[in-house]
Write a protein that binds this ligand. Structure first.
Ligand SMILES: *C/C=C(C)/C=C/C=C(C)/C=C/C1=C(C)CCCC1(C)C
Length: 255
């Protein structure tokens, strides 16, 4: 039964990957940007399998965070297969194709802070709702700007408002305070690194937006995509690995 639970998601991912590959055109041998899409796809698949398998070895309170880490990389894996196909066919990639995946993965990452604190301390419902609210503001701002319902700069500012709101929550708000009081050194270290990822690692995305096609077009499509691919590697795979490491080192619920 347990084995089945592990292999079912893997089988689904493998099925999806072959389906997505069935009629995709060939990647040119000198298409280095295209290669990075391919490389990230493999990394995302490996991370997904790893997180799903490790789910069984972490303490009860950590199972949901580790599962979500696997879902984030799994969703990105599926999207990357698709992105690679678009890149090969069109020789460029509109950011909107990345947005679709961010719509799901960004809020999950924010909720992750609530869940990991919940694995070691008693948490309060307000923390969850504030993180969710901030994430929704970010998504709405980003979408309105990208879909040109508002000026891209206005969308950007709405986005920033939501982001600053969630950063406040995890640094100085209740979530940050409860995490700091956890009395678990390994956990606090991991929490701090995750916080830095959503503060500094996430800056890469708006930079691509400010200097990319939406506002100035001063970055070429090649570098923009390599930067985004690298950013996803850090913000999804490394992010998940830190959650997993915290799960292993802090060993579950202390409350
Ligand atoms: C795995 C995907 C992640 C962590 C995506 C993160 C995306 C962002 C931090 C996007 C930020 C943006 C702004 C700050 C301004 C508006 C445009 C966005 C959506 C690119």
């Amino acid at each position: 039964m347990n084995k089945l639970r592990i292999f079912a998601p893997i089988a689904i991912l493998m099925g999806l990957s072959s389906a997505a590959n069935a009629d995709s055109p060939v990647l040119a041998y000198d298409d280095f940007v295209g290669m990075t899409f391919w490389l990230i796809s493999m990394g995302m698949l490996a991370a997904t399998v790893f997180f799903f398998m490790e789910r069984g070895s972490v303490a009860a309170g950590w199972k949901t965070p580790v599962t979500l880490a696997g879902l984030i990389t799994g969703i990105a894996f599926v999207n990357y297969l698709y992105l690679r196909g678009i890149w090969i066919q069109a020789g460029e990639l509109q950011i909107v194709y990345r947005y679709i995946e961010w719509l799901i993965t960004m809020p999950i990452q924010m909720i992750m802070f609530y869940l990991i604190v919940g694995a070691v301390r008693k948490v309060y419902r307000g923390m969850f709702w504030r993180l969710l609210f901030g994430s929704l503001v970010m998504l709405i701002g980003g979408y309105l700007g990208e879909a040109a319902y508002v000026h891209p700069m206005v969308g950007f500012i709405i986005w920033m408002g939501g982001w600053i709101y969630v950063l406040y929550e995890i640094f100085s708000g209740e979530t940050g305070k409860v995490a700091a009081r956890s009395g678990n050194k390994d956990f606090v270290t991991a929490f701090n690194v995750l916080r830095m990822i959503v503060t500094i690692g996430w800056c890469i995305y708006p930079l691509g937006y400010v200097f990319g096609p939406a506002l100035t077009d001063s970055v070429d499509s090649n570098s923009l995509n390599v930067i985004y691919n690298l950013a996803d590697f850090i913000n999804k795979i490394a992010f998940g690995l830190i959650v997993w490491a915290a799960a292993i080192s802090s060993g579950g619920r202390t409350r």
